[in-house]
Ligand binder design. Structure first.
Ligand code: ADP
Length: 217
C-alpha cells in the first residue's frame, strides 16, 4: 500500500475522528485547527499538527498543503473560511480537495470553487438510517447517487426457492443482484441457476423506487 499524505483542516468530531483513523491505517496525517486545545488532544495520534486560522489567505498559502495527496476541509460552520481555503488550495493546484458541507447551497458553492468531492456526513447517515429503518428487508444501504442505492437485504419471501434466472429481477424490477452472501461465503457473480434460500443475504443495485417496490412485494 502506498503511504499517502493527507492534510485535515478542522479537527472537530468529524475531522478529528478521520485524522485518527487515517493515521491508524499507516498514512501521514497533518492535522490543523484554529483551536490549540483541539490540536493538542490529537497530537499523539497523528504525524504533524499545526495551529492555524484558515480565514486568513496568507496563512493558507504559507502551509504548502498543495503538496499533499489529499486535503480534507472539515471546518464546521465557518463557510467563508471553507470557501476561501478551497479556492486558494485549488488555485495552488492541490491535487484532490474534499470538503464537508451541511447544505445543498454550501455544496454548490464548494463545487463552484473547484472542490473535487463534497461530502455530507450527517445527511448521508440520516438517509442511510431512514432506508434501513423503514424497509422491511433492508439491512444496510449505501447511496451511490441521488437516486441509486447499493443495498444489502434479506431474501424476500417470494424469492425463496427460486433461481435468479426464474425471477428475472433485472427485466421485471430494474434490479441487479451483484452478490449473494450465504453463511460465510460470498458468491460473486451469483449463480443464476442456484435457488435462493431463506438465509441468503442479497447485495443489489437499483433505483431507490425500484428497491422500495421490491422490498414491499
Ligand atoms: P464537527 O461536526 O466535525 O464536530 P465542528 O464545527 O465542531 O464540526 O468542528 C470544526 C473544527 O473546525 C473545530 O475544531 C474548529 O476549531 C475548527 N475551525 C473552525 N474554524 C476554523 C478556521 N477558520 N481555521 C481552522 N480551523 C477552524
Amino acid at each position: 500500500m502506498k503511504r499517502k499524505t493527507i492534510g485535515i483542516i478542522g479537527l472537530g468530531r468529524f475531522g478529528g475522528t478521520l485524522a485518527k483513523q487515517v493515521a491508524a491505517l499507516g498514512h501521514e496525517v497533518c492535522g490543523i485547527d484554529i483551536d490549540e486545545k483541539v490540536v493538542q488532544k490529537l497530537t499523539p495520534f497523528i504525524t504533524h499538527s499545526i495551529v492555524a486560522d484558515f480565514s486568513d489567505e496568507e496563512t493558507i498559502r504559507s502551509l504548502h498543503l498543495q503538496d499533499f495527496d489529499v486535503v480534507v476541509i472539515a471546518i464546521g460552520d465557518d463557510l467563508k473560511a471553507k470557501l476561501l481555503t478551497a479556492m486558494v488550495l485549488k488555485e495552488l493546484q492541490a491535487p484532490y480537495v474534499v470538503a464537508k458541507a451541511s447544505s445543498d447551497m454550501e455544496s454548490k458553492l464548494l463545487e463552484r470553487v473547484g472542490v473535487d468531492l463534497v461530502i455530507f456526513p450527517e445527511m448521508n447517515m440520516a438517509d442511510r438510517l431512514a432506508q434501513m429503518l423503514t424497509r422491511e428487508y433492508i439491512v444496510d444501504y449505501f447511496q451511490l447517487s441521488q437516486d441509486i442505492g447499493l443495498v444489502e437485504m434479506n431474501t424476500p419471501a417470494f424469492m425463496v426457492g427460486h433461481t435468479l434466472e426464474e425471477l428475472s429481477l433485472r427485466s421485471r424490477y430494474g434490479i441487479n443482484i451483484v452478490a449473494i452472501k450465504r453463511h460465510k461465503s460470498v458468491m460473486v457473480p451469483p449463480n443464476p441457476k442456484e435457488p435462493l434460500t431463506e438465509e441468503d443475504m442479497l447485495i443489489l443495485i437499483g433505483r431507490n423506487e425500484d428497491i422500495t417496490k421490491l422490498s414491499q412485494l
